[in-house]
Design a protein around this ligand. Sequence first.
Ligand code: BGC
Length: 751
Amino acid sequence: MKNLIPGFLLAILVALPQLNAQTAGETSSAPTIGAQPLYLDPTQPVDARVEDLLKRLTPEEKDSLLHGSGTFATAAIPRLGLPERWMSDGPNGVREEIQRNTFNTAGLTDDYSTAFPSGICLAATWDPAVAYTQGQAIGEEARARGKDIMLGPAVNIQRTPLNGRSFEYYGEDPWLSGRIAVGFIQGEQSEDIASCVKHFAANNQETNRNNINVNVDERTLREIYLPAFEAAIKEGGSLSIMAAYNKINGTYCAENDYLLNTILKGEWGFKGLVMTDWGAAHTTDGAARGGLDLEMGTGVGRVPYDQYYLAQPFLDGVENGTYPMALLDDKARRNLYVMIASHVLDPNRKTGSINTIAHQNASQKTAEEGMVLLKDDNNVLPLDATQIKSIAIIGDNAVHLQAAGGQSSGIKAFSEISPLAGIIARVGGRVNVTFSQGYSSAGATRGGRGRGGAAAAPPVPAADLIAQAVRAAKQADVAIVIGGLNKNFDTEGSDRRDLTLPYGQDDLIAQVVAANPRTIVVLVAGSPVEMPWLAKVPAVLLSWYGGSEAGNAVARILFGDVDPSGKLPCTFPKQLADTPAAAFGAEAYPGVGGQEYYREGLLVGYRWYDTKNIEPLFPFGYGLSYTTFKYDNLKLVPGDHAKGIWMTAQFDVTNTGSRAGEEVAQVYIHENNPALERPEKELKGFDKISLQPGETATVSIPLGYRAFSYYDSDKKGWVAQADDFQILVGSSSRDIRLKDTFKLGEASFYK
Ligand code: BGC
């Protein structure tokens, strides 16, 4: 941070004396209000301020807004008081500082932040209010760290569970992803930060991400891969968006006229800026005409900033008439719009705070609400700390800190509570807790696709680690195996090769549960894994990557201080061969010769398993609680078409158990006679409700026209047929408790 603030302050200080003076580049028509130029007046409308400021800029200054002048910075325009803009990753908290002209760490000691649970855990809360709170906390930390644009949230759909970045994303469903993104962005941007929703679009794998050409039909794009972005822009109001590395239908996303100009800026009315992913621009012409407004990361350290495609080469093109001045103006205007809308030029801009108690609580709340109880036979959980004398904690992930890994979304956390530390803090004074490593993560035998090199031999042979663990398990009342993946597997830059647990954990778990039937497995992972030992193990908790307070959250769920209420935002398949992208061979994933075909079309995630009748290990939307819920009294209440609501599904949920808990009630739709193929069912609404024992809540889920529509690529719009629609209300995609038929009398079509 030390190298940021002085530059920023300097820009302001240099600028201030000159603000009232007319200087080169200002036209005489630029209005001033009193002594102050209009663009600096926070009481004026954003658009008017932007236009006023734009008029004052020279072409060179306008162009300087369109490209990086540092790995994560753009240039200042001191004479007008425009500071450098600083960006940072990302979705799970504010990343450590990176050197100005490289990707290396800046090596500072004042760039720690709170680590928040990764995106998949946030999505598993199914709670947009939790996403808002997390977004707001990250926004505050970003301001305290002097940032202007935060590179997140990341909302690509989990097309294959092998995708190395599954842990960062919000799972396999467009509606759920959109709701979480909207909450996150509104929270983050309330702190005078611009969010940058990423990676637009269809960046669904890390293998060959820089070049892969995604061949996808328009309907699939519109129904599966774009809606979360659409919600982020239209409802969340995200001020910026990051164009992905990959190509879609032959054109790089960062130069994709159809994606950026026609859909995003045209149809969705986006007024903010499109930036590249780092190094995702390829030509001046493509960037200029394709809809790009800010180019970042082009050959960092190798290509001078003034030689970026949108720098001097674009300016030359404007000056020699290849590109109209209006094109330069449009790009500059969008950059200024983001600056002014996020209050960069305002004296009362929020200044943020870092690692406050509120932030730690927000981080812990997401972790607790997102963890998913997958299995709990005979109420093995929650554990009663007063009845247990000894616990054998087994497994490397009990002590493995996870916040820092996975590349750009990694966090240099002020602190991170490991599961072992959390459990000891919760029961250590009264229960004898032992730890054995169980397996060694030093000997990675199943690194990601494309990761070369021989695996290091584990320092202690696997058989010895298992033998120690078995001995410990035998001597304890309860064994808790804490394993799963880590950020060598859940990471940007490479995909996993398979869904198996690494480091011989399947063997370890099988042997531990044979030694002590009261064995609980805690999986620390950001994406689905196979569980060949599942039938033998009575309880399984999926903790994801839980951020700074991860271990406390694990302990509070295991010992029943908190009722588990997370639900899976992605299907856990029984085996890799069952997954949609795997069914169509290498052409469908990971691609052949740079070409990849989304042959499964709309049938992603549960849409695939349900339509094809493939039984998953755990279905989408699934997650247990320590209490039980009853659903009844479904009513389909006609809605107000004028308000865009066609029908409201109303029903009661009652907590029938003896402890307080939270339930995520889900509404799916099945169309009876669709003219085009439709998935068996699709999520169209949900609500998370908190209920005391015996309490009943009436839940209302409004359904608008989009809930009933499919995208018609010929007509280029959304069609809802006159048809019968089954309204399916349930506790997961495969646990439907109530249903009724809604008759849609009149067909409709919307652009
Ligand atoms: C990642 C982005 C990230 C950017 C800047 C890229 O490699 O794909 O998600 O925001 O780097 O770190």
